[in-house]
Design a protein around this ligand. Sequence first.
Ligand code: SAH
Ligand code: F3S
Length: 454
Amino acid sequence: MNEPRSAVRKKLFIKTYGCQMNVYDSDRMADMLAHHGYERTEDPAAADLVLLNTCHIREKAAEKVYSELGRLRRLREERRRRGGEMLLAVAGCVAQAEGGLMTERAPFVDIVVGPQAYHRLPELLARRARGRGGVIDTSFPQESKFDELPRPDRPSAVSAFLTVQEGCDKFCTFCVVPYTRGAETSRPVAEVLAEARDLVARGAREITLLGQNVNAYHGEGPDGREWGLGRLIRSLAEIPGLSRIRYTTSYPSDMDPDLIAAHGEVPQLMPFLHLPVQSGSDRVLRAMNRRHSIDDYRRIVGALREARPDIALSSDFIVGFPGEREEDFAATLALVEEIGFAQAFSFKYSPRPGTPGAAMPGQVRDAVKAERLARLQALLTEQMRRFNEAQRDRQLPVLFERPGRHAGQLVGRTPYMQSVHVEAPELRIGDLALVHVTGVHAHSLAGRLVTRSN
Ligand code: SAH
Ligand code: F3S
């Protein structure tokens, strides 16, 4: 239920770290706080409430948050000298992981709230106003935050996020997510469809379904049974006006046959999939506690390409996991050569306290990790360049998302997520049109309008 808007306008500054799920959460927190009188600002110095929505995935995450908090504390002092006030709140996975430690190390922090409890922010703000000292809520409440959050009434971005699944039960030995985001849960189908319809009504043309393990989705369907992600996508595809559907991030062994088939059968499902493999060595994958072998990955990619021959793939890689030898790393390079990726993220292994990997023997020296990462990234960058180059002179449907740098120019995306700059004064943001790709740059494409397709 939406509460009446408060008459007093206060300013909210949110800084978002990390993944797309945090971007989604930040928007939902802003929507909720809008009903309590807060409007968003881009200027932290002008904010009555500063919210850091944090990420814990790699090293020094907490340290970065503490140093940012130090800077904000000075900003707050300046504001106080001018007679103002500023509340400091920390949300997200660092808040979850640090909990009470945070108000010990940084006693000037007003609120610490975990990713499952942020619907309680208004209540926490009220508690903070009444009492002294920081207020902490890093619980995993019984009630779902999604039931408590208000429906926003602002226009949606053309390309919107929708969280359908949260948490993870996989316990990869390098990863903090199962500890910070908790057990795997899925939102009911009806709730997801209602949010999707609402997004489309507010202007969204593309929806990216989000989850730490999105293809493990198993929400309760209107028929009382569990629906998988493929079935959910088929249902979403029936929403008039929703032109594009994507989902991220997927776990290889959760790519079930129905989801793979959906790639061949649902035209709105874009032919681009982020499917993290992490390593090309079975030995390392076992040590990582991944539930797929290299052969499994090959088979899944083969089935996807059979269902949708033009599908492009993206992946995540970790180099220098404990025990990784040069031959294991060579197997990763060989896998990249074999599969061919349109895009990828690659990281040096970062030992996270409390995860099994951090305590494993055979930790790899940083210099070795850096050298392997450089070799892997050179290969991946070259593949990405080749993939982009292959689009030259092709005609691709482009969904326009924002204005370009000069008048009449629009920027949109291809089915493969590439940005395309087009002179199209006759089009509007939200239009979908066929574009002839005329130029290929390092981070974007240039194109000429062929026809408008909607
Ligand atoms: N299931 C999510 C995982 C989120 S973490 C997903 O697949 O996207 C995102 C990526 O960060 C992981 O795929 C992994 O490549 C990387 N990562 C996670 N923990 C890491 C660590 N301790 N060191 C280096 N990279 C890590
Ligand atoms: Fe992390 Fe592995 Fe889950 S990477 S989010 S534990 S699938």
